[in-house]
Ligand binder design. Structure first.
Ligand SMILES: Cc1cc2nc3c(=O)[nH]c(=O)nc-3n(C[C@H](O)[C@H](O)[C@H](O)COP(=O)(O)OP(=O)(O)OC[C@H]3O[C@@H](n4cnc5c(N)ncnc54)[C@H](O)[C@@H]3O)c2cc1C
Length: 401
């Protein structure tokens, strides 16, 4: 029997869960797969857009991570407070949960883990507080709490100006704010207040989904504008006044709102920055095919990575990439430990649905590693594609949790 090896997976989001499950499926039982996350539940983030318009509950779009214990994965609930990438030693401030309320964290204790192979999939920190007034004034629909507060605010909403805002030009899931604007409008129309509602989308970026190229970007812009949503690209928010309900932009423009739904600024988690894992881009540099960092047997996958593309922008942050990267890294670790199977490489392929409301979705897919520019095709919205997204959600939980 080969020596017992420990693979430590940091994060129980998309990349972490897929990596841990893929490893456990292929590694002989005596090797350990350990996964750490501060949250009790894995959240399926794409469905936050349905939650905010009342089509989902938090229960429906999350699953307890400790279900993975039944699959042979050691699940540790706790805050990762230190990572030493040279020694692959990780400190975790562990917690357990009370029953009343179930999210209450109990029993704090510190524990060190040593890994033979370390996979870092800690996502991003969302930092609305870096824009004065933003957190107080609006709903951060990139979090469960923010999507829920938006859902509650929409219940009392009887028409008026709604602003959807991106606070910085780069953020995970570049389609999401565009989908959010269309789903909010669809929701208001279904409630019979569409005529009294004006939706403005103020974006820090010059156009939707810039990495996909000018043609796809223009198509997405048309989807939004054809519905009657007013699009304002290149508007960088500088401050928000929660009591006056006004937004100030760097170009001197101001906007007013009754309801504000926003995508906050992102940055790499503090523990990652403290570990010296990031470069001047602010994200973790990796080999774009193997996801290996500059530290032996330390891999980073998903949103925490910064992968430059030849066209001058980084690979977008999206679950589809985290999933595919996780599978490639897991396969390579298994190959390294057991000598079995073939080495694998992440190929830069990505695909995503774009919900447009009225039970329809578009679908974009292609090769983001194509040079000199990504080759992406956007398929027009249809009911069938919306059904595809529903199926994707269902299969996500069936397959991974
Ligand atoms: C509204 C919305 C819609 C989206 N829609 C899509 C879509 O349709 N398609 C798509 O491809 N992508 C979509 N995404 C993006 C997708 O969710 C992310 O790109 C994906 O989750 C990234 O996976 P990850 O593993 O890198 O990070 P995450 O899934 O964010 O996981 C990171 C994990 O690390 C944990 N963690 C972080 N720091 C610590 C710490 N110090 N200690 C312990 N635990 C820690 C977190 O709790 C979290 O569970 C969407 C995102 C949002 C917000």
């Amino acid at each position: 029997m080969a020596d017992r090896v420990t693979v430590l997976v940091l994060g129980g989001g998309v990349g972490g869960v897929v990596a841990a499950r893929s490893l456990r499926r292929k590694l002989p039982e005596h090797h350990r797969v350990v996964m750490v996350d501060r949250e009790r539940d894995h959240l399926f983030a794409p469905s936050l857009l349905w939650l905010m318009t009342g089509k989902r509950t938090s229960r429906a779009i999350s699953r307890p991570l400790d279900r993975l214990a039944r699959k042979g994965i050691e699940v540790i609930g706790g805050e990762i407070s230190q990572i030493d990438p040279d020694t692959r030693r990780v400190r975790v401030v562990e917690h357990s949960y009370g029953d009343d309320p179930p999210s209450r964290r109990l029993g704090v204790a510190s524990r060190d883990f040593e890994a033979d192979h370390l996979i870092v999939s800690l996502g991003v920190d969302l930092v609305p507080e870096t824009i004065p007034g933003l957190a107080e004034a609006g709903h951060n629909f990139y979090t469960l709490a923010g999507a829920e507060s938006l859902q509650r605010a929409l219940t009392d909403f009887n028409g008026g100006p709604i602003v959807v805002l991106t606070a910085t030009p780069a953020y995970k899931c570049p389609a999401a704010p565009y989908e959010a604007a269309m789903l909010l409008l669809d929701h208001c129309r279904r409630r019979g207040i569409g005529e009294r509602t004006q939706i403005d989308l103020y974006a820090a970026e010059p156009g939707p989904m810039g990495v996909t190229g000018p043609e796809v970007s223009a198509q997405v812009r048309r989807m939004v504008e054809d519905q009657g949503i007013t699009y304002h690209p290149e508007h960088q928010v500088t401050a928000v006044d929660a009591s006056a309900k006004t937004i100030t932009f760097a170009n001197g423009v101001t906007a007013t709102f009754d309801l504000l739904a926003y995508v906050p600024p992102h940055r790499a988690p503090q523990v990652i920055r403290d570990a010296g894992l990031v470069d001047e881009s602010g994200w973790v540099p990796v080999d774009r095919h193997t996801l290996h960092t500059r530290f032996p047997e330390v891999y980073a996958i998903g949103d925490v990575t910064g992968i430059p593309l030849e066209m001058g922008k980084p690979l977008p942050k999206a679950g589809v990439f985290a999933e595919r990267q996780a599978k490639a890294v897991a396969q390579n670790i298994v190959h390294n430990i057991t000598g079995k199977g073939e080495p694998s490489a992440f190929d830069g392929y990505g695909a995503c649905f774009i919900e447009t409301g009225a039970g329809k979705a578009g679908f974009g897919a292609g090769d983001f590693y194509a040079e000199p520019t990504p080759q992406i095709k956007l398929h027009r919205p249809s009911r069938r594609r919306h059904m595809g997204k529903l199926l994707f959600e269902k299969n996500w939980f069936r397959r991974w949790l």
